[in-house]
Design a protein around this ligand. Structure first.
Ligand code: PMP
Length: 427
């Protein structure tokens, strides 16, 4: 039936995770919509957090990429690279990190890998703290700090990693506590760990866990952690691969929900900033960024073509106030989905911020996570012309909604109605 799928299976690794029983081939897109190989149109409620921060086929990005391709793409780092310097200046200024330096990579994995290299070298320790249920990428070091076991396929990491409670507010041993009690219990857990281990180099954490199902701790958790970490000289790496660039609406960076914490020591970013062009990167104070004591280069991290795309995309995001759009349209979508949840006993909660919304599914009448329902809703939504994602911790039981940040009110209404219909069909 699906010839491309047969060919995929014959030549690509078994461990690549594909959505849908009959996997989808997306052939083109525009705005918030994409089309498959058969010409069917889908409202894209997931691509925003993957490749496409602003909109599919954004004309400004297409123009910047084709003009740069027609001029030059050469080594990123051996020669002066004007678009790289310009994008680094913009990002350093937006980061809130004093005396910030930016290093560009080609992916989020490589960004976290670099952040771990910097932190462990700076602190001369290969012990690292990470959050339970976290996801930080697929490389040897990134899987070593990935607490979500189903995405950490090897246990031979060179890092000594200790996992901290706090990333998931609604499940686990502290779930019954109120927000202040939850934060206090997690801080106690962190203190306890620090008392029983060699001094760690860093804590790496996603402000809102992405692959983990869009779960977030109470605001202020990382501010409370920061005090304890700072007292022990432990650096804080915020993995903003999913939460950066205004996606959460109220804030430009996810860490800002924790206000008092101040900017992290290192921030990593990737995914949609290139709107399809592969950009990742690390931001850190000069003192940390410059701690490496030998030369380094990168052929593709920060090529002229990806940087031109990033600049055009970032300008569009800021000019159009897409962060404000995420706040307004995301707020409305959360409201709509909460109304749907109130009508359906299988929806345990609708959580999130801006255009990063998680819908947790349970077996109706119980508190038991329901990964089969999540898979069924994904299929039913696709049949109705809506693409969504899924995620979760011990079970993949959350739906993930993350459209491009330019989503309109009409599209939010359309998507909420399609999702309600899909939920009803799947239950
Ligand atoms: N960090 C987080 C929080 C992510 O969600 C991801 C990707 N899902 C990564 C890192 C890795 O990024 P990439 O897939 O670009 O390597």
């Amino acid at each position: 039936m699906n010839d491309l799928y047969d060919r995929h299976r014959a030549v690509l690794p078994d461990w690549l995770s594909l959505y849908y029983e009959d996997p989808l081939e997306i052939t083109h897109g525009e705005g918030r919509y994409v089309w498959d190989a058969a010409g069917r149109r889908y409202l894209d409620f997931f691509g925003g957090i993957l490749t496409t921060m602003t909109a599919h086929a954004l004309p400004e990005v297409t123009k910047a990429v084709s003009e740069q391709a027609a001029r030059i793409v050469h080594s990123s780092t051996l020669y002066l690279n004007r678009p790289m310097v310009e994008l680094a200046e913009r990002i350093a200024q937006l980061s809130g990190i004093p005396d910030a330096r930016v290093f560009f990579t080609t992916s989020g994995t490589e960004a976290n890998d670099t952040a771990l290299l910097l932190a462990t070298t700076h602190r001369r320790s290969n012990t690292v703290l990470a959050m339970r249920n976290s996801y930080h990428g697929r490389s040897f070091s990134a899987i070593g700090v990935t607490g979500n076991r189903s995405w950490s396929p090897s246990s031979l990491s060179p890092l000594q990693t200790l996992y901290v409670h706090g990333g998931v507010r609604t499940r686990g041993p502290f779930a019954h506590l109120d927000d202040a009690g939850f934060v206090a219990a997690c801080v106690e857990d962190l203190r306890d760990l620090l008392g029983h281990t060699r001094p760690p180099a860093a804590l790496i954490a996603e402000p809102i866990q992405g692959v983990g199902g869009f779960t977030s701790p109470p605001d202020g958790l990382y501010a409370a952690f920061r005090e304890v970490l700072a007292a022990h000289g432990v650096l804080w790496i915020a993995d903003e691969v999913q939460t950066g660039w205004g996606r959460t609406g109220d804030h430009f960076w996810g860490w800002q929900a924790h206000g008092r914490s101040g900017p992290p020591d290192l921030v990593t970013f990737a995914k949609g900033i290139g709107n399809g062009m592969s950009i990742g990167g690390v931001i850190a104070r000069a003192e940390i960024m410059n701690c490496l004591d030998a030369h380094s280069i990168s052929t593709f991290g920060g090529t002229q073509i990806t940087m031109a795309a990033g600049l055009a995309n970032l300008n569009h995001l800021l000019d159009q106030d897409l962060q404000g759009n995420a706040r307004r349209v995301g707020g409305l979508l959360i409201e709509r989905l909460r109304a749907v949840a109130a009508r359906l006993p299988g929806v345990r909660e609708v959580r999130g911020r801006g255009l990063m919304i998680g819908v947790e599914l349970v077996r109706p009448g119980t508190d038991e996570a329901d990964p089969r329902a999540a898979a069924a809703v994904l299929e039913a939504a696709r049949e109705r012309g809506l693409l969504i994602g899924k995620g979760g911790g011990h079970a993949t039981s959350a739906l993930r909604v993350a459209p491009p940040l330019s989503l309109t009110v009409a599209e939010a209404e359309e998507g909420a109605a399609l999702l309600e219909d899909a939920l009803r069909a799947a239950y």
